[in-house]
Ligand binder design. Sequence first.
Ligand code: TRP
Length: 454
Amino acid sequence: MSKTIRHLTGITTSGTPHIGNYVGAIRPAIAASRDAGSESFYFLADYHALIKAQDPVRIQRSTLEIAATWLACGLDPDRVTFYRQSDIVEIPELTWLLTCVTGKGLLNRAHAYKAAVDVNTEAGEDADAGINAGLYMYPVLMAADILMFRAHKVPVGRDQVQHIEIARDIAARFNHVYGGSFRAITGRDEDPLVLPDAVIDDNVATLPGLDGRKMSKSYDNVIPLFASAKDLKKLIAGIVTDSREPGEAKETEGSNVFQLYQAFASTEETAAMRQAFADGIGWGDAKQKLFERIDAELSEARERYNELMARPGDIEDALRAGAVKARKLSAPLIAELRQSVGLRDLRQAPTEAGKAKGGKAAMPVFKQYREDDGRFYFKLADADGRLLLQSRGFESPREAGQMIARLKQEGALALRDGEGHALKLGEDAVGRLPDEALTIEDVVAALATMAAEG
Ligand code: TRP
């Protein structure tokens, strides 16, 4: 029996969806949710929204708008699990369990936090000025979202890939520390948490906004997804173009009008528009065609959206029903995880936590040595002495030492599989897995363990 692949996606509820969100995320996700053989989880990441928006009215409004958008665009709550993050009480609980196995250093290196620190540093401010701890904890909360439902695949934009890697590290670390205990408690021969993979769709071009830069709320150049037909027309009329006159041939390459058209048109329609550009269609006519094309795709959904927005109670009911469905999975898992970490009924007979002896998990170790070939090597062994990584030869002890330092610093995030059983750190060869039975996850878990313990 093959296992159903489970997809999971979160949408932060801090804004109003625009057509860039629709083309880049909503439309492909809804199409994927209709695939047989996959199981989809979609949720409104309202806890995440609190990190950047501390405006209660905006949070509530955005949650309503985004829920209505997904439903209006055809997400079928009977087919998928559609819920609101803050309805799943197990998520903050899991966040804490994960927080306590997460190396602080791992979070120091998370892009979103680091970018905020860099802005402060450049402005000559204190490194953490104005940064809330929510931003710092963002990757752990996101890991909890994913791990709570044992998702296999997480479709995300490139900017989110590091978060999935962090979720994998945290899961590997949790499995390493509590896997034995979990197996003892549950009697099932499996890890408590599933390591997720990011799915990045590079075919989805980012859509240009009204001014030609990437469509983004921060550039104030967006077309709201469900703008009225009248507003849509007005916005499209305002798209920046070059000054070529009707009758002059126009470039499709780099044209916002053309790219937006293409995002909504069939292959034939796109080819016809390309021809029209070559034949010198006027910008006014091209924009009219663009308006008609977008309006044709969105007008029905817009009507459904307006109906849904007028009945917030129905959306609330749909989300609550989704939460009931989701919690059928999260509640039993959190109960097992609580027991696995030792949050237990005191009457229960103590169950030994597999590897953890003397209250603290023993540490993996690096050992450096020299071979007869005159080169310098190291090995990584886990706490039980099992060999996890065999390095390549280095010219000097210093070089070998530097590679060890890099593995400790960035290895949990940046270690990659190479050819055969080779392991790489970025582009640099590190060594190999010494044993067929080992995977890169075993090494990552050991590195994450070392990072977390300092
Ligand atoms: N951080 C994601 C974003 O801004 C939203 C999100 C929160 C998410 N939790 C998630 C996405 C879990 C995927 C899985 O786009």
